[in-house]
Ligand binder design. Structure first.
Ligand code: NAD
Length: 368
């Protein structure tokens, strides 16, 4: 077996700070679990713009296409706010997603018991929550044609088109069913089949794929507006939620906030299987570059560390080692170790980014 390859793109702001902690964790798996990675590092976002005049160099894009997985920190910052749209840091991220054709966006919403008080919902509603939203990421109303603002009579009309092909629905549905088989074996698909033809097709295709290939997985359907209500009423009823680009954008942010801090939220974006069977994949924390705390040692590295745990699980088939890493994070939180964004309890002194990374390493050692 060849050594699995990882391209690390720390990016801007707190990106490099949290990625330093992830590098320590990756090294730990190499030395203590005989799970070595061929790691390379490159620039993205503002950092790439500063060196190359573009937010993602062609060579970096080519490298991203070759490796088994990409791990990204964050991009952007006030220094780049006035750049032309075409070279803004975010364009680097969008180019990666587009050219790797990462159509399936996985956003877990997991509530660690120790942090249940951080949720805006009652503790018993969120404690132990563990769901994943699978959002279609490359089609739908954000991309459909026709689009634009036109003149009609004496007024302007804004137009966007919700458009899905059967194959676009089928591939993201498969991704959700595969994920469910590794978890609680339940998929709830959300659309608006009551008022949208694209929703009727969505439901039909999901049913067809289910019957033909995944009848062992429990499937239900829900209108997306009811889904939003159910997410805040009783989120633990779900395991995997499958939905389109627009509804997924909204529902995944809603689900994320069930769990508290932005500094805790990982994500994965997956594409079609490569020749070696692994999906094209990019893993990244949900948060941005946090310019307000950059360089102060305050950033919480857990979102980025949990993104690496997702890589272990979904790219490298190392579910047990992903459990080990998530367990180490859970233990550190249960022990009361907190970065500044997780403060709530009285009398707790926050630890730095480095200290949080070290505490997780110590918990990993203790897991052996
Ligand atoms: P942000 O996520 O960077 O920060 C929002 C708030 O959360 C800030 O107060 C920040 O300090 C805090 N925060 C975020 N991550 C944290 C962490 N790991 N630990 C502790 N606190 C954390 O969002 P923003 O302020 O709206 O955007 C800042 C920049 O990041 C902008 O340039 C924006 O375009 C960019 N951005 C990038 C991404 C990405 O790279 N995927 C995502 C969102 C925003």
């Amino acid at each position: 077996m060849t050594t699995p390859s990882l391209l690390i793109l720390p990016g801007d702001g707190i990106g490099p700070e949290v990625m330093t902690e992830v590098r320590k964790i990756i090294d730990w798996f190499g030395t203590k679990r005989d799970l070595a990675f061929d790691v390379s590092e490159d620039l993205v976002g503002g950092a790439a713009y500063d060196k190359h005049g573009v937010p993602l160099a062609d060579e970096t894009m080519a490298k991203a296409q070759e490796v088994d997985a990409v791990l990204l920190g964050a991009v952007g910052g006030p220094k780049y706010d006035n750049l032309d749209f075409s070279v803004k840091p975010e364009r680097g991220l969008l180019r990666l997603r587009k050219e790797m054709d990462l159509y399936s966006n996985l956003r877990p919403a997991q509530c660690f018991d120790a942090l249940a008080d951080f949720s805006s919902l009652k503790k018993d509603i969120v404690a132990g929550l563990d769901i994943v939203i699978v959002r279609e990421l490359t089609s739908g109303v954000y991309f459909g044609e026709p689009r634009g603002i036109i003149e009609e009579g004496n007024e302007r009309v804004g137009i966007n088109t919700q458009r899905y092909t059967e194959s676009e629905i089928a591939r993201v549905a498969r991704s959700a069913f595969e994920l469910a088989r590794r978890r609680g074996n339940k998929v709830c698909s959300m659309e608006k089949a009551n008022v949208m033809e694209s929703g009727i097709l969505w439901r039909d295709v999901v049913n067809e794929i289910h019957q033909a290939e995944y009848s062992d997985v429990e499937l239900s359907h829900m209108y997306a507006d009811n889904g939003a209500m159910q997410l805040v009423r009783a989120p633990k009823q779900f395991d995997v939620i499958l939905t389109d680009n627009l509804f997924g954008d909204i529902l995944s942010d809603c689900a994320a906030m069930l769990t508290g801090s932005l500094g805790m939220l990982p994500s994965a974006s997956l594409g079609a299987p490569m020749a070696n069977g692994r999906p094209k994949a990019m893993y990244e924390p949900v948060h941005g570059s946090a310019p307000d705390i950059t360089g102060q040692g305050k950033a919480n590295p857990i979102a980025c560390i949990l993104s690496f745990a997702m890589a272990l699980r979904y790219s490298f088939d190392q579910g047990a080692e992903a459990d080990r890493l998530e367990g180490a994070v859970e233990k550190v939180l249960a022990d009361g170790v907190r970065t500044a964004d997780l403060l709530g309890e009285e009398g707790v002194t926050p630890v730095s980014t480095t200290e949080m990374g070290d505490a997780i390493l110590a918990a990993l050692d203790a897991s052996l």
